[in-house]
Design a protein around this ligand. Structure first.
Ligand code: SF4
Ligand code: SF4
Length: 261
């Protein structure tokens, strides 16, 4: 990977876009209170509607995209964003896995539309919610619901420096061990998705005595056939297991070998 090389000594142009999402991942960038001024000194924030109505058209050196593709307009917009961006990074479970709105992928979207909206004919939607990578090439996917601010700063810094982001894809169990947290499954028989979940949150839930909810999606090496019997042993029914894997990263976990149908 080579760094954005803006011409004429100008600062690299950073753009942040939103598709179908709750804005939580964009807010993570605004939440980088101490580091935000440093970032703003090093890049030109060319498009970031969450922060400013002052925008300029592309091209952009780095585009961060939040949200999944759920409408025909989203599908068209992401192609335009890709065409305008030298590097495109997706941020969050919606953009990398389809998000919680991908629950529609397991159901009848027409039935949802008729149940939820008084005038369903006004709602233009696709039958599925899909990650950005299903539509255009993506240079890096940053996971989490929401993303971790430290990982976000690492990704921005890495692209500005022209190196690969240092975002390991090991499981939450590694983070648990690193912070010295007692395993809630071993000590208390609490069901936990940590062994199959991508690290990034710092193992917050086990640190507070709860099992991991899988917010960051599947880790680099997932063994559901080994985990599911443990979840069942610790009190989960078959339906509980299915439901616990069908939250923020439902579509990603569904693709893993051994996932409940
Ligand atoms: S990944 Fe989670 S926090 Fe981020 S936009 Fe989607 S729902 Fe919101
Ligand atoms: S509490 Fe969960 S994430 Fe932590 S070590 Fe145990 S199984 Fe892994």
């Amino acid at each position: 990977m080579s760094a954005p090389r803006p011409e004429g000594g100008r600062r690299p142009a950073l753009a942040v876009f939103k598709l179908a999402s709750c804005d939580g991942c964009q807010l993570t960038l605004l939440d980088c209170e101490d580091e935000l001024l440093n970032v703003a000194e090093r890049v030109e924030i060319a498009h970031f509607l969450e922060a400013s109505s002052a925008v300029r058209p592309g091209p952009y050196d780095l585009a961060l995209v939040e949200g999944s593709v759920t409408t025909p307009q989203d599908a068209q917009r992401i192609r335009e964003i890709r065409a305008a961006a030298r590097f495109l990074v997706t941020i969050g479970a919606c953009a990398t896995a389809g998000g919680i709105q991908a629950l529609r992928n397991f159901a009848d979207v027409e039935e949802f539309r008729a149940t939820v909206y008084a005038r369903p004919e006004y709602i233009a939607t696709l039958a599925t919610s899909t990650p950005v990578s299903a539509h255009v090439p993506v240079d890096f996917e940053l996971r989490g619901c929401p993303i971790d601010r430290g990982q976000l700063l690492e990704v921005i810094t890495a692209f500005l420096a022209g190196r690969k982001p240092d975002v390991p894809n090991h499981s939450v169990c590694f983070a648990c061990k690193r912070r010295g947290t007692v395993c809630v499954t071993v000590a208390h028989g609490t069901p936990c998705l940590g062994p199959v979940t991508h690290a990034g949150c710092g193992a917050i839930c086990p640190a507070y005595g709860r099992g991991c909810y899988g917010c960051f999606g599947p880790s680099g090496s997932v063994n559901l056939p080994a985990l599911i019997p443990l979840l069942r042993r610790d009190g989960m029914s078959e339906d509980d297991v299915r439901r616990t894997l069908r939250t923020y990263n439902a579509a990603s976990f569904a693709e893993v070998e051994g996932a409940p149908s």
